[in-house]
Design a protein around this ligand. Structure first.
Ligand code: DGJ
Length: 758
């Protein structure tokens, strides 16, 4: 809802409130953003500037409260006495211009107000549009505040009604000043090391979260958090921020002398210079702001709800996602139709529903040095074409999905030899990354080529899933990098909006473009090329702060893992992937009988609980040891407990659930799990009646076929007991095997079903 009284604007839902006030000098004062309050509270909540601060500049000499530098603002500028970071920097032919926009009027719109080029959140309740002007330069600034149940979104539009161009050096999507003490959490990393969580205190020196790779990047995810220092998963105040954008981004956070924290976010200003012609305009991407008084998990639930309901394409919002088999880690470039069909048969038998052919199906693509850009099928590998392969896969009872990397081209390709001028470049020789150049998506003819090539394949072959990959950083700077992203959105919109039923999974060397911009087209994103479940625990855990689990492509791969050489139990590989969109990505030809059995059991279990795993309310649990996750749906809750290295002589351990009904009885059952015999090695001699050679054929044969049961839990308890923390079965403590003990060794885990009793 948006209520307006005199100069006070109250935007509010059941979850949050934002109180704004227009000052005498036409500034937008941010009186409050956070817990729901009433507009009657404006005076109580507003700052009390007193007689002001020495050396300060006043907008009105007689009014000490007119010091812009000391006010909490919802937008600011430069050259008018606010020396904190400005959300906007402008210039004309003669150099820098002051930015001093003053309120003129406002409008209230039902729903969201559409942007012209950028993706945006859908179906907002109401939008408040502030119109500010700087008549001296014939400039108008429109600030849009859209109300969604759990979040507020904001963006800015600059219009030039003058007679000469204006240049934007910096224009943020939003800016706010928050009172209080905060710690900032960012999610940083690189290839196979995405989303590493870092927390720093917010002080007087500016903290910056920024990407300049041309994309949102795995280096610094655009989403970040500000939390009061004592905040936990369950308690405390947290603000969460994100940007519906996939290009270079920037966020700056800095505390002022008065204890106001200026926070802003938008396109990175590094090398940015965008010309706004007379009569023209520029619009920023939309930012997302959320508040929670219930700790980090509370904040995540609000972000998840917003993404599921308002970002993900409508067709896929709550539609169960198929369990897929992907050919990449198992085959890489080395396959032909026979091999693929063999794998598909096995995948089908194990329970997979969708067969995805990854890289290597086109042109001269023997490895990653050639062929990219040429979308003609490689007839040596696939003599019956994609259509023939898809038909046979469909005949097996599976859907067919296909990989593309349409934004890039290998210099060794027909496309490059035909159109060397289609690549993205400046006046220096172009540089490759993974032997690739980027196509210049700012050129309409390049966009048309991609739209036509991909659409033709989608229309010719029965393809229900597309993996859209992109494997390098860009070298485009500033405005060009932004124009590229607008071009990319145009391409994605033209291909996928008319084909809503095609499930799009985007990927950029893993999670190099895991952002809300891509999610407006693709319901899921490949989180990381790191499929080691212990690494994935951290990556998926960090992603969960900002993104729901239905957006995370999570695959079981072979161990030792290609990224770490770590050996992990197949049970844990499955258990971690359950808390995302489950898939398999390994060579099925060399599975042992025990592995086949385990994978089939995993898929069956996942399917039986799929809607809760994919769309249940996600909570990070406060586990006494390891990492705990819980997803909850109506009467069903699924929990996972994951350990890293085992300690010697482990103590008692409890698991504490959340969000249950205290008085209600629940049936708790752990997923039946079996232990491989091989890892016990020579220890078996202590229990076996005969001498067993730990390196011999007998043990190997037994290990490939038989397993031993791991501890099984099956009991009933009240919600209050489960939330207080139930005592788990003992862990292996060096004194022997028992079937009621968790003898999982390193990297063990357990998944639980907690069902409300009726
Ligand atoms: C990088 C992706 O992240 C992988 O999953 C795979 O699709 C390769 N590209 C293919 O080249």
């Amino acid at each position: 809802m948006i209520d307006v009284k005199h100069s006070v604007f109250h935007l509010h839902t059941a979850w949050w409130s934002c109180l704004l006030r227009v000052t005498k000098n036409g500034l937008l004062e941010l009186v409050h953003f956070g817990a729901p309050v009433s507009e009657k509270d404006v005076d109580a909540l507003a700052v009390k500037p007193g007689l002001g601060w020495g050396s300060s500049i006043l907008l009105d000499e007689k009014d000490p409260a007119s010091c812009a530098d000391a006010l909490p603002l919802a937008w600011s500028g430069s050259g008018r006495g606010d020396y904190r970071e400005s959300p906007i920097e402008l210039e004309d032919e003669n150099g820098p211009l002051p930015a001093a926009f003053r309120y003129v009027k406002h409008k209230i719109h039902k729903g969201s107000v559409l942007t012209r080029f950028l993706p945006q959140a859908q179906n907002g309740e109401e939008t408040l549009e502030f119109i500010l002007e700087q008549p001296e330069n014939h400039l108008r600034l429109k600030l849009y505040f859209s109300v969604f149940p759990t979040v507020l979104t904001r963006r800015a539009v600059l219009e030039n009604s003058g007679e000469s161009p204006v240049y934007i050096r910096k224009m943020m999507s939003w800016s706010i000043d928050l009172p209080g003490r905060y710690q900032m959490t960012t999610f940083d990393g690189g290839w196979i090391k995405e989303m590493q969580k870092h927390t720093v205190p917010v002080e007087e020196s500016r903290v910056v979260n920024e990407s300049v790779t041309g994309f949102s990047s795995h280096r610094h995810n655009p989403g970040f958090l500000l939390a009061e220092p004592q905040t936990t998963e369950e308690h405390g105040t947290v603000y969460g921020f994100n940007l519906i954008y996939s290009g270079n981004h920037y966020a700056g956070v800095q505390r002022s002398l008065q204890g106001l924290n200026r926070v802003m976010q938008g396109i990175s200003p590094v090398n940015f210079r965008w010309e706004v012609q007379p009569g023209g305009f520029f619009e920023t991407p939309e930012g997302v702001l959320a508040w929670s008084g219930n700790g980090f998990s509370g904040l995540s639930l609000r972000m998840h709800d917003f993404i599921t309901e308002h970002i993900i394409p409508e067709f896929w919002q709550k539609r169960p996602r198929p369990v897929l088999y992907n050919s990449w880690e198992g085959c890489m470039f080395n396959f032909n139709e026979r091999r693929l069909l063999g794998l598909a048969k096995k995948a089908k038998k194990l329970g997979c529903e969708l067969f995805v052919l990854d890289d290597g199906w086109f042109g001269a693509r023997k490895n990653d040095t050639a062929g990219l850009g040429d979308y003609n099928v490689n007839k040596k590998k696939l003599p019956h074409g994609l259509k023939g392969l898809a038909k046979k896969i469909n005949h097996l009872g599976m859907e067919f999905g296909l990989w593309f990397e349409p934004e890039a081209v290998n210099p060794q390709s027909h496309l490059y030899s035909l159109h060397p001028n289609w690549i993205l470049k400046d006046n220096l020789p172009p540089l490759t990354g993974r032997h690739e150049l980027l196509l210049d998506l700012t050129k309409p003819e390049v966009r048309d080529y991609i739209v036509d090539a991909v659409s033709a394949i989608l229309d010719d072959t029965n393809i229900t899933y597309v993996k859209w990959d992109m494997n390098r950083h860009s070298t485009a700077l500033g405005a060009k990098a932004h124009a590229y992203i607008l071009g990319l959105y145009d391409v994605l919109r033209r291909i996928f909006v008319p084909r809503p039923q095609v499930l799009l999974e985007t990927c950029s060397s893993g999670g190099n473009r895991f952002d809300l911009g891509m999610l407006t087209f693709s319901p899921q994103i490949w989180c990381s090329d790191d499929t080691d479940p212990i690494e994935r625990l951290e990556i998926q855990n960090s992603l969960s702060y900002l993104y729901p689990q239905s957006t995370m492509g999570a695959h079981v791969s072979a161990a030792p893992h290609a990224q770490t050489l770590r050996n992990t139990p197949l049970t844990t590989r499955g258990n971690v992937s359950f808390f995302g969109v489950l898939g398999y990505e390994l060579d099925l030809d060399h599975l042992l009988p025990v592995e086949e059995k385990e994978i089939a059991a995993q898929i069956e279990y996942y399917k039986a609980h799929r809607e809760t795993f994919q769309f249940g309310a996600f909570r990070r649990l406060v586990a006494e040891e390891g990492i705990g996750w819980q997803v909850s749906d109506a009467g069903l809750h699924m929990a996972g407990l994951f350990h890293k290295l085992v300690p010697a002589a482990p103590g008692y351990e409890r698991l504490r659930l959340r969000g249950l009904k205290p008085e209600t009885e629940y049936h708790v059952e752990s997923r039946p799990q079996n232990l491989r015999i091989g890892p016990f090695g020579g220890l078996l001699k202590h229990v076996a009646p005969v001498d067993i050679n730990p390196n011999g054929a007998v043990l190997r044969t037994v290990d490939h076929r038989a397993t031993m049961p791991d501890a099984k839990e099956d009991f009933t308890a009240t919600g209050s007991a489960l939330m207080a923390g139930w005592m788990l079965p003992p862990r292996f403590s060096g004194t022997g095997y028992d079937k009621n003990q968790r003898s999982q060794g390193d990297f063990g885990s357990t998944v639980y079903e907690i069902r409300e009793k009726t």
